[in-house]
Design a protein around this ligand. Sequence first.
Ligand SMILES: [Zn+2]
Ligand SMILES: [Zn+2]
Length: 341
Amino acid sequence: MKTTFRPRLLNGQTGDPALLLTLRWQGRALLLDLGRIDRVPAALLLPIEAVFVSHAHMDHFMGFDQLLRLFLARDTTLRLYGPAGLADCVAGKLAGYVWNLTDEYAFTIEVTEIAPGEMRTFRFPARRRFVREPIGGPRPFDGVAFADSVLTVEAAPLDHRIISMAYAVSERTHLNVRPDALAAAGLRPGQWLNVLKTAVRSGADDDTPIEVLPGDRRPLGELRDTLLSVTPGQKIAYVVDTLFSPANVAAIVRLAAGADLFFCESPFLDDDREQATRRYHLTARQAGALARAARVRRLQVFHFSPRYEGRYGEIVAEADAEFSGQEIVYGGLERGGAALS
Ligand SMILES: [Zn+2]
Ligand SMILES: [Zn+2]
């Protein structure tokens, strides 16, 4: 299957969390967490439309200033999503600079706070010196933080002694062009295929005309049925900084269920499980157990503690072994597989 999301851990498995999801062919990108990004080329960051922040611990949010610097003079809105309190953190960062020369700037930051049962959005316009304004009142939160015609982002609050928000990004449908059908219809690939896909995704009427060649318009329904194969979209789940507790396990398994790719923090080896628990973090083995219980297709562990420098391979091996079910002997009650689901 061709994949639409191109995921990149901007700081690899060992650096600050920042997962860039570039949407191929669309010039769009999302960012999950905002750890340091100062070494990332601007060209990779400029397509970012929205940032989904797990929590505002420094290693997950210190890249905010760098993104702000990059976007400040742009005529755009940067959207941030995260747990309640995120707007205060953004306001605090903005208060650290002087904004007397931004009256002409169109740039705006929008922050949506996700709390149990409700979401609230605030706007910080550069032209008003980033003074916070609420946008409407609270609205219901039913698990979906963001949705458009292409993708849906679900959010699940986890316990990290504060809320750490986990996310799952799902493509609504996957539209592939069948080259044989294209050739049989006497057509050539081109920008019109994107127009067709966008129209299909937005649910346009079957008789919507699509211009396939100059002056040659054909109905959307006919083109879709003959040229496109429509399959379920790709799903990427993202979990960081959380305790392996029954409530968190249930929430993660529900959120990540069936994901094509599961990014899961894995700071500790299971030998250090007590310390991981004290710090409200997962071990590699727990990450593997979660991946297996959620029946994901692929597990990518990251956010390793630097204490294991030189031994990072052991973290990956431990997570993979548990994920693939090679080792299911697990001390105590917390074990992988069916016992978790
Ligand atoms: Zn944290
Ligand atoms: Zn962290």
